[in-house]
Write a protein that binds this ligand. Structure first.
Ligand code: PRF
Ligand code: ZN
Length: 376
């Protein structure tokens, strides 16, 4: 079904025993098969990887961050070069986060008001203002295919008054973001907040879905909540969102989190975990996480993951990867980033096939049991 000039979303199949959906998102820069995982490219780069690497891994869409990109290189540069696709050499779809989460987690000397967030730049120590309008203006300059509204993200276990204030301001800012949109070719998603409180999540979904957004995100999770609370909120929130729009769970999570959220009917994910852990020498495999710097890997003349078809696993041994990390060689994090992202994308591809076959619930159960067996 066509949502706006910017985006269309078609659901091809729904699982029999869960709410998992198999869809296709059509953007101005190509198609995205859902459920999908978005590699995090905060500063218009997935650290250490080229767009060709990303395509090899099976990446379909890359995430950039308004907060970082507004400070450096700034909107004028994006306007001059014609946007992020040309700038970073990635011709596929791009989603930009609004800066709401970075204001909450990174900004120094921050003061929040109804107008927006004032904070100090980490690049030149000057004060900046990020308002809903300014975030849309910046995302318009970046030229992302999907923009996110500026939201107020607080600790998910804050007291009710704090959660309510953040949620209500998020709703007012969502309306202002809609009004500030100037380019109909760029989609805009709203973000449901409300912490770990069901009544707030319900209210938030109700207010936001009454407005004409192209898709809806579930925000404010994985910020202080436990896994069980996160799963409950994900299932509860996803069911409150319109069936015909894409659903995006922000900043979550482990392979187990993703399998659970797909069963809840979530279509899109992003998380720094696969790339962040790669830089520490930790790899995801079908039999749990591997810490490559550990002693026994020094002599392990075997692939990182015998089941994996990525270039790292085809060409190099654990011993070689261990050696690269011990010598702080930049090839180490690069090869493990390639593998970890391949692992996440392969999991999504398997999930998509299982949904098409109507066997997702059984598939997810089997995968979750394997993860639990190896990680506990
Ligand atoms: N809001 C925005 N980005 C986000 C989050 C949010 O709540 C989260 C929370 N997990 C990650 N990224 N705008
Ligand atoms: Zn691999």
């Amino acid at each position: 079904m066509t949502l706006s000039a910017a985006l269309s979303f078609d659901i091809k199949a729904v699982d029999v025993a869960s709410n998992a959906r198999r869809g296709t998102l059509q953007t101005g820069h190509g198609r995205v098969e859902t459920p999908t995982f978005m590699a995090v490219g905060t500063r218009a780069t997935v650290t250490g990887l080229t767009p060709a690497d990303l395509a090899d891994i099976g990446a379909q869409v890359v995430l950039g961050n308004t907060y970082h990109l507004m400070l450096r290189p700034g909107p004028e540069l994006f306007r001059r070069v014609g946007g992020i696709h040309a700038f970073m050499g990635w011709s596929g779809p791009v989603l930009t986060d609004s800066g709401g989460y970075q204001i909450f987690s990174l900004a120094e000397d921050r003061t929040l008001s109804e107008r927006g967030a004032r904070f100090r730049s980490y690049t030149d120590q000057r004060m900046h203002m990020l308002s809903p309008e300014r975030s849309i203006e910046m995302q318009t300059a970046i030229g992302s295919d999907i923009m996110m509204v500026l939201d107020v993200c607080v600790d998910s276990r804050s007291d009710e008054a704090t959660l309510r204030d953040a949620m209500e301001r998020t709703h007012r800012w969502a309306k202002r973001s809609l009004d500030a949109r100037t380019n109909p070719a760029q989609a805009l998603f709203a973000i449901v907040q409300g912490g770990v409180r069901r009544e707030l999540r319900k209210e938030s979904a109700g207010v936001l879905t009454a407005m004409p957004f192209d898709g809806f995100a579930i925000g404010g999770l994985a910020v202080g909540d436990a896994r069980a609370e996160r799963e409950d909120m994900t299932h509860f929130s996803a069911e409150l969102l319109p069936r015909d729009r894409p659903r995006y769970l922000m900043g979550v999570g482990t392979p187990a989190d993703l399998l659970e959220a797909i069963a809840a009917g979530v279509d899109m994910f992003d998380c720094i975990l696969p790339t962040h852990l790669a830089w520490q020498g930790t790899a995801f495999t079908g039999t749990g996480r591997v810490r490559l710097t550990r002693g026994p890997n020094a002599q392990a003349d075997v692939p990182l993951d015998a089941e994996c078809t990525c270039s790292t696993c085809r060409l190099y041994s654990r011993a070689y990867l261990h050696h690269l990390f011990k010598c702080s060689e930049p090839l180490g994090p690069r090869l493990v980033s390639l593998h970890n992202l391949h692992h996440y994308h392969a999991l999504m591809a398997e999930a998509r096939r299982a949904i098409e076959a109507g066997t997702y619930a059984a598939f997810a159960k089997r995968k979750l049991e394997a993860i639990d067996r190896h990680e506990h």
